[in-house]
Design a binder for this molecule. Structure first.
Ligand code: NAP
Length: 248
């Protein structure tokens, strides 16, 4: 049984680790190729786009894929729709592995927005020194905000356009609570911007912001295709694969 994981997340790599070595299973992970030096999962790895939903459907057929798992990031909305269309076209069963979104708790001062552009509009009402953790893509939305100072954290260096007053920290999660407290303090951050990525690896910034009484602008998730079965963690996705292996 050949399983293709659409990856690019911690959970996708964890799933590959759990499935690797299962008798009767061939495993391939697909990465988009956005990160210069990605942490590679076990099993086969292919890199780069497929050429739309049609390209992916063709790939599934050409490589004898028996099951597809969309384990892309919650903000990789295009790929999730391509996966749903390709799976339907190629008659391949599809599972989505989606980590739950973050939920505010007592003491949080969260401001929900629907997009990075909306987040940018809101920012001047909330602070002047911004910790921007939305990744290196999409910085254009903040590029004209000359009055604010930005601390941008990303895995690879951002490309222009980005705000004139920007300091870049190159780092990748998981992050620690102590590290996040120190970062906010050292840079005198007074507002944090994040996508609702969910998961534990990047959540400590939310705790650190709450402790410091800082507002957090939360960009909510894009829509996902309906009618796709969902596992919320790699263990659940492993069960789905094992079930399919058993009933073949
Ligand atoms: P996207 O907007 O949904 O997808 C854009 C295009 O990138 C897709 O049409 C597809 O190209 C290609 N692509 C995306 N994921 C792919 C994969 N796993 N394997 C092969 N091709 C892929 O995606 P994105 O937001 O740019 O994210 C790209 C990758 O980064 C994903 O793997 C995602 O899991 C990861 N990531 C994204 C974010 C985020 O905030 N967006 C954060 C962390 C990690 P074709 O149409 O040519 O097939």
């Amino acid at each position: 049984m050949h399983v293709l994981i659409l990856g690019g997340t911690t959970e996708a790599r964890r799933l590959a680790e759990l499935l690797h070595g299962t008798p009767g299973l061939r495993l391939t992970t697909s990465l988009a190729g956005r990160v210069a030096n990605p942490r590679l999962p076990p099993g086969e790895v292919r890199v780069g786009g497929f050429g739309g939903a049609e390209g992916l459907a063709g790939w599934l057929g050409d490589h004898g894929v028996d099951a597809l798992i969309d384990a892309t990031h919650p903000f990789a909305g295009t790929m999730s729709f391509h996966a749903a269309r390709a799976a339907a076209t190629a008659h391949v069963p599809l599972l989505a592995l989606r980590r739950p979104g973050w939920v505010p708790t007592d003491g949080d001062d969260w401001h929900d927005t629907a997009s990075l552009e909306e987040a940018a509009k809101l920012l001047p009402t909330l602070g002047r020194r911004v910790f921007l953790t939305t990744g290196r893509m999409g910085l254009a939305a903040f590029a004209a905000m000359d009055d604010l100072w930005f601390l941008v954290r990303s895995v690879d260096a951002p490309e222009a356009p980005y705000p004139a007053r920007t300091e870049v920290v190159l780092d990748r999660g998981p992050f620690t609570l102590d590290g996040e407290r120190e970062l906010l303090r050292r840079h005198r951050v007074d507002v944090v911007v994040t996508k609702d990525s969910g998961g534990a690896a990047t959540a400590p910034k939310l705790t650190a912001a709450r402790e410091a009484g800082l507002p957090v602008v939360v960009v909510r998730r894009p829509p996902v295709p309906e009618d796709v079965p969902v596992a919320t963690d790699p263990e659940g996705a492993t069960q789905w694969v094992e079930e399919r292996l058993r009933t073949r």
